[in-house]
Design a protein around this ligand. Structure first.
Ligand code: PMP
Length: 394
């Protein structure tokens, strides 16, 4: 006898994606890819080219030169054929600039974070992770076999209590130096003190700090007096201030040696493309020669924030280059960003799942190469296109 339902057509394997797409559309959370034209059509306050170096002729020239000399791809993993002199030079100069003993470059900052979190922990280790940490840290925690305790955002007391509750465990505390959505800085000195009183290591993701914070852009660990410490490791991306692509882990030489031998995203991933290594090295050398770039990007961020708040918008005081402006809702954030875009201003729009419900944001990024006129026009555009309720968010 037929049972109702038996006769139902079996679902094709990816039919469920339709329901997911409808759910996203109903919530106004559909994401689409829009190719960026090569020639800027809009003033870009959405990207992460904080120092304006990605199109600098020295940087693009170095990328082209490296590709010609070493090839368009690394050809293999770093341990097989993917290491060149360029990689070694970049690692040496990056470590020296940031004040660390050694550095290791990866194909992305994402891979660098996965490496640090998986290779510096073991089953039974404790990882204490800030609730606002970047997705790559969250994924690193998941991939590690450690027990992860997520603590409230920027709360060294919570870190201390969590470490105290697990005496004798191998422990690692991990935090962004600058949080990517709100642009606020982590209390690194207090986190380091908490770590030291419990024998824990500190891993700092300096993706948004390198090139922006610290003397001449040496990064947040350097600014906090933590660079080169035996118990501190930094991770970084080559894709923001350095205008290239790739990532890095910086720390004591013995930690870097360990990563070469144990980090799966190093061992089993094709090495950083020579062009990316060459471009990052050229940017690093430009930054070294022009320490005022870091001061300038922070001044631009402060100017954006000052003018936006003076106009009544709710913006988080920036500790680095990211300026976050609160939106009344996800839908209004989307509309607001689209209105800015229509006026010729590209801004970031953060909404779930990138941020929790109820805290959707426009995200403006300062750039060292913005002129006073561009800053004034960008702020006027954001204010002019603001949803009527945005000024009342407080
Ligand atoms: N950490 C943080 C805080 C980031 O913002 C990003 C990039 N969005 C990454 C890590 C990942 O770096 P990459 O883009 O080089 O993979």
């Amino acid at each position: 006898m037929d049972v109702p339902g038996d006769a139902a057509e079996p679902q094709a394997p990816f039919d469920w994606t339709g329901a997911e797409a409808r759910r996203r559309a109903d919530a106004g959370l559909v994401r689409t890819l829009r190719p960026r034209p090569a020639e800027a059509e809009a003033l870009d306050l959405a990207g992460n080219d904080y120092l304006g170096l990605t199109r600098h002729p020295d940087v693009t020239g170095a990328a082209a030169g490296a590709a010609r000399r070493w090839g368009a791809g690394a050809t293999g993993s770093r341990l097989v054929t993917g290491s060149t002199e360029l990689h070694a030079t970049l690692e040496r100069e990056l470590a020296a600039f940031c004040g660390f003993e050694a550095a290791l470059v990866f194909s992305s900052g994402y891979a660098a974070n996965l490496a640090a979190l998986t290779a510096l922990t073991a089953r039974g280790s404790l990882v204490v992770s800030d609730a606002g940490n970047h997705a790559s840290i969250v994924d690193g925690c998941r991939l590690s076999r450690a027990d992860t305790e997520v603590v409230p955002h920027a709360d060294p007391d919570a870190v201390r209590k969590t470490l105290a509750a697990h005496p004798g465990r191998r422990a690692l505390v991990v935090s962004d130096s600058v949080f990517s959505v709100d642009g606020d800085a982590a209390p690194l000195a207090a986190l380091a003190a908490a770590c030291r009183s419990h024998g824990a290591a500190l891993v700092v993701d300096d993706a948004h700090g390198l090139g922006v914070l610290g003397e001449g852009g040496r990064g947040a660990p350097h600014a906090a007096g933590l660079a080169g410490a035996p118990d501190v490791v930094a991770t970084a991306t080559l894709s923001k201030s350095l205008g290239s692509q790739g990532g890095a882990v910086l720390g004591p030489a013995r930690v870097v040696d360990h990563l070469v031998n144990a980090a799966r995203t190093f061992i089993f991933d094709t090495g950083l493309a020579p062009a990316a290594a060459g471009a990052a090295l050229a940017s690093l050398r430009l930054l070294r020669g022009r320490p005022e770039l870091a001061d300038r990007v922070r001044a631009v961020a402060a100017a954006l924030h000052g003018r936006l708040t003076a106009a009544g918008l709710s913006a988080v005081r920036p500790d680095a280059a990211v300026v976050s402006v609160r939106a009344p809702s996800a839908a209004e954030a989307v509309r607001w960003a689209a209105d800015c875009r229509a006026e010729g201003l590209a801004v970031g729009c953060f909404r779930p799942p990138s941020v929790p419900d109820g805290v959707s944001r426009l995200r403006l990024t300062a750039r060292a190469d913005l002129t006073e006129e561009q800053i004034a026009w960008a702020v006027a555009t954001v204010v002019r296109t603001a949803p009527p309720t945005a000024a009342h968010l407080g």
